[in-house]
Design a protein around this ligand. Structure first.
Ligand SMILES: NC(=O)c1ccc[n+]([C@@H]2O[C@H](COP(=O)([O-])OP(=O)(O)OC[C@H]3O[C@@H](n4cnc5c(N)ncnc54)[C@H](O)[C@@H]3O)[C@@H](O)[C@H]2O)c1
Ligand SMILES: [Fe+2]
Length: 382
């Protein structure tokens, strides 16, 4: 069966990408809302962006209120600034949080209802132009048709979806990621690894998504520890930025599966950063998923240089290598992170319901039920 494959309209990747992209930015609007967080202001990244905008005579308003993973209330504040300043397009600079927030602000800019109205639907409304400049490697949000917004009332991390959420232009300059602290490098790099592995082993994988996914997996295994241990290593940072983009392209066209499905409820209820909650789940979820996709996991193993006598041995060797990587990157357990076991167990039923409702777990090749998910959440404490 033929399948559609979605990419950004335009993309500029490499050293000095922001300056190089000047004329493309100018073509997308007259007054920009810059969506960001206070850290980006402090690091001088927003200054680098406004210097480019000043140079090309594009005016702007800055909204630096995305301090944490985005919620419906943060989005409402951003929409107010966008409307009051009479902006006509958006630019986000930062990690996945400001990029996702930009998408949601753009979505709500001209819509009178609530953001929850879009949950569970394919979004098709007209959106302003959007430019994404990622500083983490990463969520891949610069190249995806998704935005993840927490509804504070129901404590659900909503997965909002639609081609209109794709940033019109992605500007990826790996040098922005050099200042990322170790914990952010580990969390975001492992998020990208989850995107690639889940896309490759998804029921919805396709030829081209497989190509992007395997390429990302190899780059991440080759470079994540270098970037973590030697943060200013430009070669490793560049490879991670490319890998994150490739992984984004892969899951944008093949979806994520079990890890992301189970991770969002942990993030919504216990405020564990997205990449960390994914990483906490990797072993338990992939051990479950292995049975349905032994050949695919064996291919992943081969891609990262593991040679084994059988698919099963290769797939298991891959999981061992992953366990070693998670330990080297100091990924905590739920308990070490400070989560109370009783509170977690009291919420397992809600988390399993919310995970299934997101649709992601059922993209796993091996059949999965709510009861399986409950067991997997419990296994995180073994
Ligand atoms: N839309 C998608 O397709 C998609 C995919 C995966 C994740 N997400 C979402 O993205 C969000 C997480 O994004 P994230 O993991 O990039 O983290 P983030 O944007 O929340 O940033 C984490 C922290 O790192 C800091 N930071 C970011 N870049 C930095 C840099 N270069 N130097 C120093 N500090 C830096 C930020 O200021 C923040 O304090 C979650 O809400 C998650 O659900 C979206
Ligand atoms: Fe993710």
């Amino acid at each position: 069966m033929a399948r559609e494959f979605i990419l950004n309209k335009e993309l500029v990747l490499g050293e000095n990408a922001l300056v190089e992209a000047g004329s493309k930015i100018k073509a997308l609007g007259n007054k920009a809302l810059i969506v960001t967080d206070k850290m980006m202001v402090q690091l001088g990244n927003v200054k680098k962006l406004t210097a480019v905008l000043d140079n090309i005579n594009v005016v702007y308003e800055i909204f630096d209120g995305i301090n944490g993973e985005p919620t419906d209330n943060m989005i409402a504040k951003g929409v107010e600034v966008y409307q009051n300043a009479e902006c006509d397009f958006l630019i986000s600079i930062g990690g996945g949080s400001p990029i996702d927030a930009m998408k949601a602000i753009g979505l709500m800019a001209d819509y009178n209802g609530k953001i929850t109205d879009f949950n569970g639907k394919i979004i098709e409304i007209k959106m302003p132009n959007m430019i994404a400049i990622p500083t983490t490697s990463g969520t891949g949000s610069e190249t995806t048709q998704f935005t993840i917004i927490t509804d504070e009332k129901s404590q659900v991390k909503m997965l909002l979806k639609g081609k209109v959420l794709m940033p019109t232009l992605a500007i990826v300059d790996p040098s922005f990621s050099i200042t990322a602290p170790k914990s952010v490098t580990a969390a975001t790099g492992l998020d990208a690894l989850c995107h690639a592995i889940e896309a490759y082993t998804s029921r919805r994988s396709q030829y081209l998504s497989d190509t992007f996914a395997l390429s990302a997996i190899k780059k991440i295994f080759d470079n994540i520890e270098v970037a973590y241990n030697d943060p200013t290593n430009v070669v490793a940072r560049t490879q991670m930025a490319i890998a994150s983009l490739e992984a984004g392209v892969a899951f944008n066209n093949a979806s994520v599966t079990l890890i992301h499905g189970m991770s969002r409820p942990i993030g919504a209820l216990f405020h564990v950063p997205h990449g960390i909650s994914n990483a906490m789940l990797m072993n338990v979820c992939l051990t479950y998923a292995l049975e349905g996709a032994m050949d695919k996991f064996a291919n992943i193993a081969k891609t990262i240089g593991i040679n084994s006598s059988s698919n099963e041995a290769a797939a298991k060797a891959f999981l061992d290598k992953l366990t070693e990587l998670l330990a080297n990157l100091k990924i905590p357990t739920l308990e070490n992170y400070g989560i109370n076991k009783d509170t977690f167990f009291n919420n397992i039923d809600k988390m399993a319901t919310d995970a299934m409702a997101s649709g992601s777990p059922s993209n796993t090749i091996k059949e999965i039920t709510k009861e399986d998910i409950i067991d997997l959440y419990k296994n995180l404490w073994l």
